[in-house]
Design a protein around this ligand. Structure first.
Ligand SMILES: [Zn+2]
Length: 506
């Protein structure tokens, strides 16, 4: 069984869950579910990043211990994910012992390989971003080039990671592995960043204590990013647990703002430790809301819990991955969501399911007949054969919107096929063989649609399948190679009665 390891970043506990977290996690879940249907053994990791100066300061302000602040935020994530049907294998917290041990193990390994040395760090540091900057990287008035806030000058004893040693090996790796960083535009940005020169990275701090101590020199705390990135190994039980079979990761999904950490620092650390690099790092874009950038100060940061009051989790999942190509920026608005819901879910999919099952009930008492001729249905059958192939290609490149478009296109063909073959006429004129053939194709098309939609809308797809099969079907236990193609239904099968899945929204 092929191993498939997919990760979201661990989310920073200084933020509450917002649309961006929901987006990455839903995308990772869709991939995880799709790969399970492919028969892969899937490990899907998400979690939270709890350490760092910013968390320590935020907790102090509220009169809390950092772990108390973290516990409260962690609970919000853990309550949210089931509402969106997130099927993660593991939820890791960087405050857990199993994680801290791995961070220290990895540190010692890097030290043994000579990749770490002690020196003096004197430079600029942005606390909100937990990022070091050189003078030349700063904006004009000494502000952080990422968040545009004031940075601090720090001068302290620090451990360094020999990042500069890996500049050429990393460039070589990126050039030899064209799938490593996606999309291509982001890959080019990473390459030019590396080509501008990698400096050794300061990887310890002595001015705060909320983090993992450097082994053997406990007044130093390990740089939060080294700590955070190691979660991808600690969740597998690095270095020797059985789950290390899942390494290297199949895909790390990240927001574009943290691509540099995943596509530069992380691979260099892994090279230094002698570990294989992740197969792919995919950086997705950002959402604006009603045309405006989301921010705390504008008060328009969308809370997933608010959205879930108006919309089912499955519908939100669908919209996020349908509306915008993964990798591009997009705009979120409830009017666009409603439009897609009504046109693609209610009018196209919902309608086809309802009319097909209704006709089968009305004309055949819900019982499927035989397919007796093919000449008139060649085109429809070609579309049914093509859809799984198109979905597979799209999913391999994380082009979720294309996968959904392939499914929707088949559904549109299905609705046209109903009009063209006019089953009501066939029934009236007693063309029973032809009627059986048409209804069989329609139900089969819907069955395929349910299979391929299930990673995106797990609950809706199961509800759809339950109507088709007349019994509950656990879709994640199926295998697309066996069941995900045309002609898998048997004559004599009794379908269930139609129940509207996507009532029109007014
Ligand atoms: Zn900043």
């Amino acid at each position: 069984m092929a191993k498939y390891y997919i990760t979201t970043p661990i989310y920073y506990v200084n933020d509450h869950p917002h649309l961006g977290h929901m987006y990455t996690t839903v995308a990772a879940d869709v991939l995880a579910r799709y790969q399970r249907l492919q028969g892969d053994d899937v490990f899907f990791l998400t979690g939270v990043d709890e350490h760092g100066q910013k968390v320590q300061e935020a907790a102090e302000k509220k009169g809390l211990k950092p772990i108390e602040l973290a516990d409260a935020v962690v609970e919000r994530y853990q309550q949210l994910w089931p509402k969106l049907s997130i099927s993660h294998t593991d939820f890791i917290r960087t405050s857990e012992d199993r994680h801290k041990q791995v961070v220290q193990t990895l540190w010692k390994q890097l030290e043994q390989k000579g990749a770490i040395y002690k020196g003096v760090y004197e430079d600029w540091y942005c606390v909100p971003c937990e990022t070091y900057w050189t003078q030349t990287q700063l904006e004009e008035n000494d502000c952080c080039p990422d968040c545009h806030r004031a940075v601090q000058k720090v001068k302290e004893e620090s451990y360094f990671f020999r990042l500069s040693d890996y500049q050429q090996p990393l460039l070589d790796y990126i050039n030899e592995n064209l799938d490593f960083i996606a999309p291509v535009s982001r890959r080019n940005e990473v390459i030019s960043f590396i080509e501008s020169g990698l400096r050794d990275l300061s990887i310890s701090r002595t001015t705060f204590s909320w983090g993992v101590p450097v082994p053997g020199d406990e007044k130093h705390v390990i740089y939060v990013w080294i700590d955070a990135l190691s979660n991808y190994l600690s969740a597998l039980g690095y270095p020797d647990a059985d789950n290390m079979d899942f390494w290297p990761a199949s895909v790390h999904l990240v927001g574009k703002d943290i691509l540099r950490f995943h596509a530069i620092y992380w691979p260099c650390i892994l090279m230094a430790a002698g570990l294989p690099l992740p197969k792919r790092v995919f950086a997705h874009g950002w959402w604006t809301v009603d045309g405006k950038k989301m921010s705390k100060s504008l008060g328009n940061a969308l809370q997933p819990d608010d959205l879930l009051k108006n919309w089912e989790g499955d519908v939100l999942r669908y919209f996020l991955l349908r509306e915008v190509p993964f990798g591009s920026d997009g705009d979120f608005s409830e009017s666009a969501l409603k439009m897609r819901y009504n046109s693609e879910l209610a009018n196209d999919i919902g309608n086809l399911l309802n009319r097909s099952l209704s006709m089968l009930q009305k004309y055949k008492g819900g019982i499927l007949g035989k397919v007796t001729s093919h000449e008139l249905d060649v085109e429809l059958c070609q579309h049914m054969d093509k859809m799984p192939v198109s979905v597979q290609q799209a999913m391999q490149g994380q082009a979720f919107h294309q996968a959904l478009e392939a499914i929707n296109s088949l559904v549109r063909h299905g609705n046209r096929y109903v009009e063209q073959s006019a089953p009501w006429k066939l029934a009236k004129e007693d063309h029973i063989e032809r009627l059986d053939t048409v209804l069989y194709h329609l139900i089969d098309l819907l069955r395929l649609t349910a299979f391929y939609l299930s990673p995106f809308m797990p609950n809706k797809a199961e509800a759809m399948m339950a109507q088709i099969m007349n019994t509950h079907v656990e879709l994640q236990t199926f295998n697309l190679a066996e069941h995900g193609h045309r002609g898998n239904l048997t004559a004599g099968h009794e379908c269930g009665k139609p129940h509207p899945l996507f009532p029109r929204m007014i």
